[in-house]
Design a protein around this ligand. Structure first.
Ligand SMILES: Nc1ncnc2c1ncn2[C@@H]1O[C@H](COP(=O)(O)OP(=O)(O)OP(=O)(O)O)[C@@H](O)[C@H]1O
Length: 269
């Protein structure tokens, strides 16, 4: 049932006075059946404190997007439980899950996913409308000004650059004041300068508004904007790095396969 309190938080960053924003307990996701069976997540457990910025990295096919989708309630785990701020995201049906998502979660996609026939402002107020909340255009304007688009309120997405479109998508994700923002490769389609702007905005939402951000990325520079990196391989968390630098992340990614092999050998011994 959505809204049920989860068990007491475990883990999280040392010395964090805040609560727990996101918790996954033994999350498995299996796609397909028999010959087509793919174990995308193989028992993922994690705990992220409120007001943290976490990057998720790993090789292609390691389960990063699946992890984000399950954690954000866009997909359902085959097994295991997900809690957002202590409330379980499991759902008595789609409607309850959708309501839960709309109230607590923001999502930013690699390809922006703006509605092409709606203006910038209309795109940003859409989540408020869908959640049945007051369509507060003042709030939309404030958020759009914060992402540097106060002059583009009535433009259509096609009239904006990729970086500007992604900033609209971030404004849309933030307008409902979600507790957790999930971003799946938010800089994957952007040039270096626009990518940096987007990463700074995500970091500000953590530092200024105390939101929690979880971001999938392939880019060590993007990951270096986070407080910590979680490494995924074969659907499992195989490592964690705090206060990452781009160099340290690139180095770890290069040796991830060896690290996983070493862990496997030790587990078998
Ligand atoms: N809808 C689906 N049906 C079947 N298999 C799927 C589905 N979605 C993902 N998979 C499989 O699950 C595994 C994990 O996929 P996922 O997209 O989570 O990986 P990823 O780490 O995000 O990869 P990438 O970095 O390439 O985007 C892959 O083997 C993929 O083929």
């Amino acid at each position: 049932m959505i809204g049920r309190k989860g068990p007491a938080p475990v883990g999280g960053a040392q010395g964090q006075p805040q609560g727990e924003a996101l918790r996954l307990d033994g999350v498995r996701k299996v796609y397909g059946a028999e010959d087509n069976r793919v174990v995308a997540l193989d028992g993922v457990s994690l705990s992220l404190p409120t007001g943290s910025f976490t990057a998720v990295m790993g090789p292609s096919g390691s389960g990063k997007s699946t992890l984000l989708q399950c954690a954000a309630g866009l997909d359902r785990p085959t097994e295991g439980r997900v809690f957002v701020e202590g409330a379980e995201l499991s759902g008595d049906g789609e409607a309850a899950l959708t309501k839960f998502r709309r109230e607590r979660i923001g999502f930013v996609f690699q390809q922006f996913n703006l509605l092409p026939t709606l203006t910038v402002t209309q795109n940003v107020v859409l989540p408020l409308k869908l959640a049945g909340r007051k369509v507060d255009r003042g709030r939309a304007r404030t958020v759009l000004e914060r992402v540097g688009l106060g002059e583009r309120l009535n433009h259509l997405p096609a009239e904006l650059s990729g970086g500007q479109q992604q900033r609209v998508a971030i404004a849309r994700a933030l307008v409902t004041r979600p507790r957790v923002v999930f971003a799946d490769e938010p800089t994957g389609a952007l040039d270096t300068r626009s990518a940096r702007d987007v990463l700074v905005l995500l970091r500000e939402s953590v530092q200024v508004s105390g939101q929690t951000v979880v971001m999938v990325t392939h880019d060590p520079v993007a990951a270096s904007f986070a407080d910590a990196v979680l490494y995924l391989a074969d659907g499992r968390i195989v490592g964690r790095q705090v206060a990452p630098t781009a160099e340290a992340v690139a180095e770890r990614m290069t040796h991830l396969a060896e690290e996983v092999e070493r862990q496997r050998t030790m587990a078998e011994a």
